[in-house]
Write a protein that binds this ligand. Structure first.
Ligand code: GRF
Length: 190
């Protein structure tokens, strides 16, 4: 049995797609949805999906090792960030080497790093006159958006596209590819 903990701070559409993808897989269990935002839409999705939710605040996350210990105790094999907005603490990254993955809504290394999240990414892509955008699924290290790339997929950006159009097209790629790439990462785990 491989166990996944999903980290999300927002709506959780990716978290839901991932949980649904593995719902009838006897070997892979989405054990936990973890969030730093008690108002996050992902909490309602977790309730509907009957997945336990763990909420924490900044102090617990950054000044204790409680979350790390809990994830170890729950025998989590892979931590999946799906719209999680905080940096992962170093002790957590060190405790799960090459076992934390993230999805970024752009073709890293372009349009990554501080402040490049959500709509800001798509606005920057349109402002830069890019002819394509896409997703990057990567391992998380202590420098966040700079971990080894696992998978990228691209979509065209037309001159008439607005940031909302790009966001919609990128989200289709997220929902299409993230669950499958997670399954491939898990298959590769010893
Ligand atoms: C997605 O755009 C993802 O690429 C980024 O955060 C967003 C999460 O969206 N990491 P949702 O909460 O899964 O709908």
């Amino acid at each position: 049995m491989k166990r996944i903990a999903l980290f999300a701070s927002g709506s959780g559409s990716n978290a839901e797609k991932i949980a649904t993808y593995f719902a009838d897989n006897a070997d892979i269990d989405v054990s936990l949805i973890v969030s730093n935002n008690h108002k996050a839409g992902v909490i309602e999705r977790a309730r509907r999906l009957h997945i336990p939710v763990l909420l924490f605040d900044r102090k617990t996350f950054y000044e204790t090792d409680k979350i790390t210990q809990l994830l170890i105790n729950q025998e989590i094999d892979l931590i999946v960030l799906a719209g999680f907005m905080w940096l992962m603490p170093s002790d957590l990254v060190r405790s799960f080497p090459n076992k934390i993955v993230n999805i970024h809504p752009a073709l890293l290394p372009k349009f990554g790093g501080k402040g490049m999240y959500g709509h800001f990414v798509h606005e920057a892509v349109v402002a830069a006159g890019e002819t394509e955008s896409g997703i990057t699924i990567h391992y998380v290290n202590e420098r966040y958006d700079e971990g080894q790339v696992i998978y990228q997929a691209s979509c065209p950006v037309l001159p008439t596209d607005t940031p909302d159009d790009v966001a919609r097209n990128v989200q289709v790629l997220e929902h299409t590819h993230y669950p499958r790439v997670i399954a491939e990462v898990l298959a590769g785990l010893s």
